[in-house]
Design a protein around this ligand. Structure first.
Ligand code: FES
Length: 103
């Protein structure tokens, strides 16, 4: 069965920014792009144990602050070395000013 989890309010994330969301011993990154679309991925970089919520969002790209690896937040695809393993992504829906992710 689908499980939609409320992650945050839409206005808790600045435009072109990311926040951390921890749930049930897992950690996620929730993004808001410059076009006000919302996306969710695993929170930790696939290269090292560094949280992507500390990173920089540029369009639909997240840059890891540790070694500047990059991912596409929509597809999770690894975009720039040293990251080479894609990031897991999660479906997102926005309802009544809240952001939900499906686990
Ligand atoms: Fe993210 Fe190395 S930990 S690029």
């Amino acid at each position: 069965p689908e499980e939609w989890i409320e992650a945050c309010r839409t206005d808790e994330i600045e435009q072109e920014d990311v926040i951390r969301f921890d749930y049930s011993e897992r950690s996620f990154a929730i993004y808001r792009t410059d076009r006000n679309d919302y996306y969710a991925t695993d929170g930790f970089c696939t290269h090292g144990k560094f949280h992507l919520s500390e990173g920089l969002v540029m369009g639909n790209i997240i840059e890891c602050p540790k070694h500047n690896g990059r991912f596409d937040v929509i597809t999770g695809q690894a975009k720039r070395a040293p990251v080479c393993i894609d990031l897991k992504t999660y479906p997102v829906k926005v309802e009544a000013g809240k952001v939900f992710i499906r686990l």
